[in-house]
Ligand binder design. Sequence first.
Ligand code: PSU
Ligand code: MN
Length: 307
Amino acid sequence: MMKTMKPELLSIHPDVQKALDDGRPVVALESTIITHGMPFPENARTAAEVEAVVRDNGATPATIAVIDGVIKVGLEAGALEELAKAKDVVKASGRDLAAVMARGGSAGTTVSATMRIAALAGIKVFATGGVGGVHRGAEETFDISADLVELGRTPVAVVCAGVKSILDIARTLEYLETQRVPVIAAGSDDFPAFYTRSSGLVADHRLDTPEELARAIAIHDALETGTGMLIANPIPEADALDPGFIDRVIAEAVSEASARGMARKEVTPFLLARINELSNGKSLVANIALVKNNAALAARIAAALAR
Ligand code: PSU
Ligand code: MN
C-alpha cells in the first residue's frame, strides 16, 4: 500500500492501524476545518466531539494533519488541542505537503490533502463539513478548489453537507460531472447547500441508507475509475439556517472579499470568518451541527462497508 511514504514521513496511530489491520471501520477527518475553518476554542471542542461521534457510531476516527514535518493519521487529544491553538500552521492542500514537510512544518490538511493521505493509508471513507468548489466569478479569477481535482483522481468517499453558496454551486456540479465524480445526495432529492437543506438544484442520485451508500462505494471501487465519490448529506432540519438570512450574509462576505482583493488560499478562510461575524455566530453553530451529522453518517457507512 504505502510504497514511497516511509514511517518517518507518514505515521499511523496504533489504534487506527489496528482497526485497519482487523478490517474494522475507520473514518478519516480533515484538519483545515480546525486550523482555518473555525475559531478557537470552538474548533478544538468540535474536533474532539466529532471524533466522539465517529466512535459512537461504530468506527475509529483518524484525524489527519501534518505535525513537525510528519503526516499523522490519527491524532492524540493533546496534539489536536495544540493544532487548534497554533497560529503558524499552514493550510495545506495536496500540493503544499512536500514543501511543508521538507522544512519540518505543521499544517492543517484540506479535503484534497486529506483524501490523498487517506488513500495512502487505506481509508475509504472521509467526513468533513463542506468541500471546496468553483468560486463565484471563477470565469474571471480561475478560482477552482484543488478539492475538485483530487475528487477526480483519488478513490475516497467524502461525506459533506453539500457546497456553500460562497461558491457557484451549479458550476461546481458541472465540474464534478466532467471529472467523473459520482454525486449522491443522502436521503434527499436535492443537492444541499451546507447551511440549508436545498441548493435548489436536483442531485444526480439519491440513496437513503448507509447500507445503500456503502454498496455504491464498493461497486464504484470495483469499477476502478480511480475517482472519489461525493456524498452530500443535508444539514438536520433543526439546525438549518433561514435561506434568505444566510444568502444576504454570504453576499456581503463575498463582496468584501473581492473588494479587498482576496485571492488563492486566503479566500475560503476569509469568507468563513466573515460569515461567522456577520451572522453573529449562527453560521458556526450550524457548521458544528452539520459536521457532526456528517461524521455519524460516515461512520455508519464505514461500518456497513466493513461488514
Ligand atoms: N469549507 C468549510 N470549512 C472549511 C473548508 C471549506 O465550510 O474548513 C476548508 C476545507 O478544508 C476545504 C478547503 O478542503 O477549505 C478548501 O479550500 P479552497 O477553497 O482554498 O480550496
Ligand atoms: Mn481557491
